[in-house]
Design a protein around this ligand. Sequence first.
Ligand code: DSN
Length: 419
Amino acid sequence: MPLYDRLADTDPAVADLLRSELDRQQHTLILIASENYASPAVLAAQGSIFCNKYAEGYPAKRYYNGCANMDGVEQLAIDRAKALFGCEHVNVQPHAGAQANTAVYQALLQPGDGILSLKLDHGGHLTHGMPLNVSGQMYHITHYGVGRESGRIDMDEVRRLALEVKPRLILFGASAYPRWYEVEAFRAVADEVGALLMADMAHVMGLIAGGSHPDPVPLCDIVTFTTHKTMRGPRGGMILCREEYAKDIDRAVFPGQQGGPFMHSIAAKAVMLAEAVTPQFRAYAQAVVDNAAALAEVLSARGYRLTSGGTDNHLMLVDLTDKGITGRDAAAALEAAGICVNKNVIPFDERSPFVTSGIRVGTPSITTRGFGREECARVGGLIADVLGDLESEGVKARVRAAVAELCAAHPLYADLLED
Ligand code: DSN
C-alpha cells in the first residue's frame, strides 16, 4: 500500500493539508529566496525509518547500541561533505542553521566576547546578534551595515569597527544581501585584529558547491550553512571548520546544543551531497544566478529600484519606497496572483518589519522546476504588472493564468503521492 494512502487512512486531516500544500507548490511560483524543492530521493531519505533511531554521539562513538547503519550514513555524509567542500572537518548534525551558529559561538567564544556582524535590518540574520536571540544576549555585538547609496557592505567600515572593538569573531553572511562577499578583505581585517573569521553561507552554499559563487571555505576558520536553501536538501544545518576547532565544535553541537541527531535528516543530507557533485547540479547553480540576473534586468527596466542596483547571486531586494506601496501589500497582491515572495525590510527602511518597503525575490525554486532566462524575464514582467496596479483584479486574473501556463510547462513532483 503506498505510503500516502496509509497516511490518508490514518489521518485524513493531515493528508488533506499535505495534498493542498503539494498543489500550492506545484501551481504557484515560489520566489522565496530561502526555499527550494528537495528531490524525491532526498524526500525518501527524510521520510524514512532512519527517524526511529537514537544515536547520540558520533560515528563509532555512540551512547546507544544498534548504531551500525547510523554510523554508516553519518560517515557517508561527512566524507561527501569533506570531498565537496574541501574542508578539514565537518559536523552534519545541526538541526538547523540557528543551532549551527549557536554551537559555533558556544565552541569558540566566552560569554561577553565580541562578534562583528551585518545588521539584521541591512540583510543580516537573527542569530548574528539580534537582542532577543541568544547571540545578542550572550555576546557583545557590533554591527556593520551597507552603504546608503551603494547597498554594499563597506569594507572600510568593517575594518574601522574591527580596529575599534577588537571582536573575537568577525562574521559575514546574510539572509537578504544580493552581492558577493569580499572574502579576502574580511580575512585581512580578521588577521589584522586577531579575530576568528566565520561565514554563514546559508543562502548561497548551493552556489558555492556548484562553482557559481566565490568559495569562502579556504579563507575562513568556520563556515556554517543550511541544507534546504540553494543546497536543495532536507531542512537542517552543517558546520565546516579547521581541524583545530573540530573537537570543540563537535562537543558544542552534542551535547552542548542538541541531543539525539536527526538521523533521517542526516541520511537526506548524504543524498543531497551526492546530488551536489553532479554536472546537473553545477548547471543548476549557474542557472539560478543567470535567472536572477534576467529577472532583475526586467524589474529594473520596468522602473523598480533594486538595492545595490542588481544582484550577483540568487536574490534581489526590490525597493518600493518611491512607488508609494508597502512590501506587505505588494507581497499580498502577488500571492493573490499566484506568485509567492516575502515582504522584506530594505536597508534604511523607515517601515516596520511587519510592513516594510521592500520585497525579496529569489530564483532557486523556479530554477529547480526548469525555468530558464526567458521564463524568468517573463516572471519579472508579471511581477511588475501586479506591482503596477495592486488593486486590479483583472491584472491578477491575467497573471494567474500566465502563472498556470508557466507551471504547466514545468511540472513538478508529478507522481509524488501516487507511488
Ligand atoms: N528564514 C530564512 C530566510 O528566509 O532567509 C533565514 O533563516
